[in-house]
Write a protein that binds this ligand. Sequence first.
Ligand SMILES: Nc1nc2c(c(=O)[nH]1)N[C@H]1C(S)=C(S)[C@@H](COP(=O)(O)OP(=O)(O)OC[C@H]3O[C@@H](n4cnc5c(N)ncnc54)[C@H](O)[C@@H]3O)O[C@H]1N2
Ligand code: MOO
Length: 429
Amino acid sequence: MKTLEQIAAELQGYDPHALPAELVGAFLERLVEPLPETETVALPQALQRVLARDVISPMDVPPHDNAAMDGYALRGGDLRAEGDTTLRVLGTCYAGGQGWTQPVPAGACVRIMTGAVMPADCDTVVPLEFVADGDGGDGTITVPAGVVRPGDHRRLRGEDLAAGRPALHAGQRLGPAALGLVASLGIGEVTVRRRARVAYFSTGDEVLSLGEPWRPGAIYDSNRHTITALLCRLGVDVLDFGVVRDEPAALEAAFRQAAAQADAVITSGGVSMGEADHTKAMMRRLGEVAFWRIAMRPGRPMAVGRLQAGSRSTLLFGLPGNPVAAMVTFLMFVRPALLRLMGATAAAPIPLRARSTEPMRKKPGRTEYQRGIVTRAADGTLLVRTTGQQGSGVLRSMVEANGLIVLHHHQGSVAPGDEVDVLMFEGLI
Ligand SMILES: Nc1nc2c(c(=O)[nH]1)N[C@H]1C(S)=C(S)[C@@H](COP(=O)(O)OP(=O)(O)OC[C@H]3O[C@@H](n4cnc5c(N)ncnc54)[C@H](O)[C@@H]3O)O[C@H]1N2
Ligand code: MOO
């Protein structure tokens, strides 16, 4: 395991006092090792879990050539190049394998339902609506010239998944589509990485928990709720330690307890310049901790490292106390680090490009994450505006926004009409 110093030495441009946001990800990638333990769980329990092994398809999916449309299965070679084709209707194939099971001779066809096994010798389906006269009268149908080509409207055996091939790869986080894919193979359980355990506590003497009466100078703890909710979305086990007083003995006890139980400990508050040196000294005594000032806004101060709990080492992420800064640093840095801990090979989210409808002042030399509202213009293009006041204490901005406008490190001010990157909050699946 590399020390923080060794990791820092590998990164060109690493400066803990003005750390470019791009280097944070590179640092954490080197710091975080995936959890080695695995377990086997039933499919309905596997949502959001990370596959520990490839899932190999034991069968072809679909397991047989089948009709993609309701219509008539026929031999493509029977279709006349010019002029209509008239075919005898022998019977009906139903989904589930009932009905016509004999070969189909030249000049004949079989009525077929979507999903039914294609009869031997047939390779084409003409949809019902293309057949002019149906088979009402004399037991024949007429296929007008040019409405189908040989091979049309048939799904081939194994076209979704072929037997013996990996259907899903280790590292895949199982979402609704992946669960369906596993089920389509007849597989009822999967081997996944064990769930990560993540402890959280807020720090600060002014921070009140829900239910405590308000007093002058105090604020209610919102970070505990934003961060633990974000952790739930990741599918980790959350150990909620509540609020811990700004007092060395209480903090040390909380850190020790959390580190003994969790794979990662997340805290909010107590990482800025003004923080008492005894807190930082205490954190350093418990392990290896770097105190960063990141060249970004919001979210400048952040502590990162490892806490030693006996022979185990636990990741530490000390988030800034300001509510927007806590969420943004979580989303940009902690979330990908935890996904890595969980064993996921998740790609970074891909930003949209949207045209800004307003000017945004920005100095090159730091990354800014502005809260943005993306809308669609009448011509279909995407527009974005900020939510207004961008203070890092304005949590309302995160509620009103539907994405984060990313103004990159080297980027300068934005003029109305300029395109900017936006990371949307909601994915499709
Ligand atoms: N002289 C300087 N002062 C500050 C700097 C700086 O560079 N030089 N950085 C500022 C930035 S940026 C941030 S962010 C904060 C981070 O400070 P801390 O992480 O030490 O956090 P606190 O001081 O404890 O709190 C900051 C702010 O957030 C409120 N807060 C704290 N915890 C919670 C919570 N659980 N729920 C809701 N709100 C919370 C707290 O009351 C403060 O208003 O430092 C700046 N200062
Ligand atoms: O981390 Mo701070 O949020 O930039 O105020």
